[in-house]
Write a protein that binds this ligand. Structure first.
Ligand SMILES: Nc1ncnc2c1ncn2[C@@H]1O[C@H](COP(=O)(O)OP(=O)(O)O)[C@@H](O)[C@H]1O
Ligand SMILES: [Mg+2]
Length: 405
């Protein structure tokens, strides 16, 4: 019997990959083995009302409550909670410097959820009234609804204007307000962010992989000259969906630079050691963002998920986690982008399937190095705990497996 697949996304990188493996395309009502679903379909399938029960030979590309990681407000809430819990346990990872900054876990810009945390935000704002903040609607993506502010009065005006007095029952949309990273690392005078792909095969034990072919997404407009122009989104937002409307976009080959070339560039301009530290810090922040939700994620063995991480590097070579996407774009901007996304999907499939290529939740999800392709292992808690058993070490709680700084 051939493996059957189903997908709601009409993307050629997906279908070409499935068909190359000889899989059979079926509908959602049919007997499918592998579903590449949109998040809504996944939510419906897992809802109690659907009455759907998956069998051992069915797997799907989302965890039912992935939003704990991928909604902007919940990501922040979970990371803050994780740090507090470690602190309460007396875990050295939660060490703080004098003014309160976490030494090892300071990888998200200071952020508040509005309207609920408004007074906490005002308190923080007053400490440093000259800084810039970025407002982002929790429920939107691709740069939609984002704006920068550097005056409290602007926020107050926005709050007044965005009220809906004619329909008081409409719940006001929630936003996150984050300290704007105003010293981004620039290349050619332009701001960029990293798009990294992280595959999670299981949350408990945590099994996560990093795709080595991530890339930088550039703004089309120079940053320095425009720093005072808070409204110029071509200088501040690195989303492809924003930048592709910019005049310079096509001449920049889709505005992307591979992560390997970024590494070479940094080794030459900043030196090997600091570049090495930066890349270690990036892995560190990814692992801890995942650990912050690993205990609340529904750990269904039918699920895996490939997250799109947005990371900004500042000019001190410190990486900042900006957001995590549950459905990173599979649209290709150039031929090489298409090849990259094809490899991404191909590698994901070979990691999440057992060696015989048939989805099976009873498999222990320990892929061979060959099956990982362009992914590298970030963390496999099962392997760590087995090694610890063999060496007689006691596994400590959630900070285990890392020794940084
Ligand atoms: N705190 C920040 N500092 C600097 N730039 C930011 C910050 N937050 C977001 N950005 C910029 O805005 C873009 C969009 O923000 P993001 O949180 O990824 O929302 P979206 O869901 O719209 O992509 C990012 O890719 C980045 O370029
Ligand atoms: Mg984004």
């Amino acid at each position: 019997m051939p493996v059957t697949f189903c997908t709601d996304l009409d993307k050629s990188v997906l279908v070409t990959n499935f068909e190359k493996r000889g899989w059979l395309h079926v509908g959602p009502e049919d007997d499918w083995n592998f579903y590449w679903a949109g998040i809504q379909t996944c939510r419906n399938l897992f809802s109690i009302d659907s009455g759907y029960r998956m069998n051992d030979n069915q797997i799907i590309n989302h965890f039912p409550n992935h939003y704990e990681l991928t909604r902007k407000d919940l990501l922040i809430k979970n990371i803050k909670r994780y740090r507090k819990e470690l602190e309460r346990e007396g875990n050295p990872l939660a060490e703080r410097e004098a003014p309160g900054r976490y030494v090892y876990l300071d990888f998200i810009p200071v952020t508040f959820v509005l309207p609920s945390d408004y007074s906490m935000f005002v308190e923080e704002y007053r400490k440093n009234p000259h800084s810039t903040w970025i407002m982002k609607p929790c429920g939107k993506s691709q740069g939609a609804g984002i704006f920068l502010i550097n005056k409290l009065s602007k926020l107050k005006r926005w709050s007044r204007e965005s009220k809906t007095p004619f329909n008081p029952s409409v719940v006001k949309e929630s936003y996150v307000i984050s300290r704007y990273i105003d010293n981004p690392l620039l290349i050619g005078g332009k701001k960029f962010d990293l798009r990294l792909y992280v595959l999670v095969a299981s949350f408990r034990p945590l099994k996560a992989y990093l795709f080595k072919l991530g890339f930088c997404r550039f703004c089309t407009v120079k940053y320095e000259a425009n720093i005072q122009e808070l409204d110029n989104m071509y200088a501040h937002l690195t989303n492809v969906s924003v930048q592709k409307h910019g005049l310079e976009y096509n001449s920049m080959h889709g505005g992307k630079l591979s992560i390997q070339n970024l590494r070479l560039y940094l080794e030459c301009t900043r030196g090997r050691a600091v570049t090495e530290t930066l890349f270690k810090d990036i892995k560190w922040l990814i692992v801890h963002s995942l650990k912050s939700v690993s205990y609340i994620m529904a750990n269904d063995r039918h699920c895996f998920e490939c997250y799109g991480y947005d990371i900004i590097i500042d000019n001190q070579l410190k990486p900042w986690l900006i957001e995590v996407n549950a459905s990173p774009s599979l649209t290709s901007t150039t031929v090489s982008d298409r090849i990259l996304k094809y490899k991404l999907i191909d590698n994901i499939i070979s990691i999440v399937l057992p060696p015989d290529g048939i989805p099976d939740v009873r498999w222990n999800k320990c892929p061979s190095v060959e099956a990982m392709g362009n992914f590298e292992l970030l963390l496999d808690e099962e392997i760590i705990s087995k090694n610890n058993e063999n060496t007689g070490k006691v596994q400590d709680s959630r900070g285990s497996g890392h020794n940084r700084k």
